[in-house]
Design a protein around this ligand. Structure first.
Ligand SMILES: Nc1ncnc2c1ncn2[C@@H]1O[C@H](COP(=O)(O)OP(=O)(O)O)[C@@H](O)[C@H]1O
Ligand SMILES: [Mg+2]
Length: 286
């Protein structure tokens, strides 16, 4: 059974007004448990609207959202539990820090779950480990942290609820390469420790190539592709047509193939490219 299923989901902002925008249209998708899905697409293609349906922050204008087989709007009183099951981390989550200490901020979600004090403490410390925040930072004010630390503290707040489904909207936006790398690593750590399903909205194809198992491509309010990373990057020209860049190494291999090298269409990591190119070089292909 798929952990997430969307059935004909449409969302209109300003429904019934002259300003009505269909931000997502007739989405049908099933995501299996344990996947790490990279969600890509142009600004305005509907990515943020789509993911806000998964924890009931937005409700469909039409269609149904199923989490673990249950229609999340079947019983409106249940929506709070859906929010614990599906942890959503917004873009620039650091702007939502507000407590006196980092500890209290991370504890905010678990507190709402009515867990015991001991369990809350455990969750906070574990989440701090996932994101690599040292213990001494926990007693500081969130406003005294660096930009990167604030981002990590905010993500820890979502992880501390131990959601089965973790959804992050552009978690690496605005960070330098080291900051990006550390965010990707903490997502992988969380996934490995909990077995969670992860959805990651990103502009960065190299990020997707590095950590995703599947890619969901949004285009003009609809799903253009949902497939393995390899199969999606095999359509590199189609992606470029809608203005999405594929990883540099994929473009290089495509050009080499056009010049006659027997290369696979869908190479997307440097390691794969090396493995494919070395035997050709050894055979003396130029
Ligand atoms: N709160 C809102 N009110 C009205 N229109 C919105 C709102 N949020 C997003 N939209 C519109 O919905 C479409 C999809 O936006 P969004 O889901 O934010 O896309 P993305 O995350 O891919 O950039 C865009 O046309 C955007 O302008
Ligand atoms: Mg967005």
């Amino acid at each position: 059974m798929s952990i997430i299923r969307l059935e004909n989901v449409t969302h209109n902002y300003g429904d019934g007004t002259p300003l009505c925008v269909s931000a997502i249209k007739d989405i049908n998708i099933e995501i299996e448990s344990g996947e790490l899905v990279g969600i890509i697409g142009h600004t305005g293609s509907g990515k943020s609207t789509l993911i806000q349906h998964l924890n009931g922050l937005l409700s469909p204008t039409k269609g149904r959202v199923f989490i673990e087989g249950e229609d999340i709007w079947q019983n409106k009183k249940n929506i709070k539990n859906v929010r614990f099951k599906v942890g959503l981390c917004f873009q620039y989550p650091e702007y939502q820090l507000f407590e006196e200490t980092v500890f209290k901020d991370i504890a905010f979600g678990p507190k709402n779950m009515n867990l015991s004090e001991d369990e809350i403490k455990l969750r906070v410390l574990e989440a701090a480990d996932f994101v690599g925040l040292s213990r001494d930072l926990l007693e500081k004010s969130p406003f005294d942290l660096s930009g990167g630390e604030k981002r990590r503290a905010a993500i820890a707040g979502v992880m501390a609820m131990k959601p089965k489904i973790l959804v992050l909207d552009e978690p690496t936006a605005g960070l330098d390469p080291r900051g990006k790398e550390s965010i990707l690593n903490m997502i992988l750590r969380y996934k490995k420790a909990t077995g969670a399903t992860v959805l990651l909205v990103t502009h960065n194809m190299e990020d997707v190539a590095r950590i995703a198992t599947k890619i969901l491509v949004m285009n003009r309010a609809q799903v253009l592709m949902y497939d393995t990373v390899k199969n999606v990057f095999a359509h590199s020209e189609e992606l470029e047509k809608i203005g999405l860049a594929v990883p540099q190494i994929t473009r290089i291999c495509r050009e080499l193939k056009k010049r006659g090298l027997a290369l696979d269409e869908s190479i997307y990591t440097v390691d794969e490219a090396c493995a494919a190119l070395l035997p050709l070089l050894q055979k003396g292909v130029r």
